[in-house]
Design a protein around this ligand. Structure first.
Ligand code: AMP
Length: 194
């Protein structure tokens, strides 16, 4: 059981083609805000990033955005955040997001969301942290992600317990309980040479 106060949400800079994606992001944002928790995210005012930040703030929570200076122009940095951290690089952004969060939630998104999610998962596999990671599988969007991980296990490039590094849930209401209940990573899940 972990104590979650600060949640890093990784999600798309677009809203996607199904209104359920934005609805789920807004619902999760309200849940985080109602509990007075802190959202850590990529600071964009657009896409699911903007949806969840607005919902957290509206419900009374804090939203901390972290963005590299060159992306301020493109991602249209959110103007009414609790705090905005501007970094020199993408790497520094991801490091700061990691440090400020007690746990991570991945919502539907694109390549950037995948990159950020896999970095957090692979750091956990390498024992660099044991923070919980939850994937919100709205409308089955992340089915191929689950399959890809199963493929690495079936191909014996990963331990069968690798799938336990993340918890997949279907509804926003399940996210915080899943973060709290996430198991510690098993020793044997780690890459064999460690
Ligand atoms: P996306 O899922 O592609 O809409 O991107 C979501 C977030 O990931 C945004 O905050 C982007 O800045 C970030 N992002 C986009 N591309 C990359 C990348 N190549 N590496 C790391 N983060 C990225």
């Amino acid at each position: 059981m972990s104590q979650i106060r600060s949640v890093c949400v990784l999600c798309g800079s677009r809203v996607g083609n199904d209104p359920d994606y934005a609805a789920a992001a807004a619902r999760l944002g309200h849940i985080i805000g109602e509990r007075g928790m802190r959202l850590v995210f990529g600071a964009g005012s657009i896409g699911l990033m903007g949806v969840i930040a607005d919902a957290v703030l509206e419900a009374g929570g804090e939203a901390i955005g972290i963005i590299p200076d060159f992306l301020m122009r493109y991602e249209i940095g959110h103007k009414t955040l609790t705090d905005l951290v501007i970094t020199d690089s993408m790497h520094d952004r991801k490091r700061r997001m990691f440090e400020m969060a007690d746990g991570f939630v991945t919502l539907p998104g694109g390549l950037g969301t995948l990159d950020e999610t896999f970095e957090i998962v692979t750091w956990k596999q390498l024992r660099l942290h044991s923070k919980p990671i939850v994937v919100l599988d709205t409308g089955g969007y992340w089915g191929p992600l689950k399959q890809l991980i199963e493929t690495t296990v079936a191909g014996e490039f990963a331990h069968p317990a690798t799938a336990d590094l993340i918890t997949v849930v279907d509804n926003p209401e399940e996210v915080l309980p899943a973060l709290e209940a996430a198991p510690e990573p098993k020793e044997e899940v780690l890459t064999s040479h460690l």
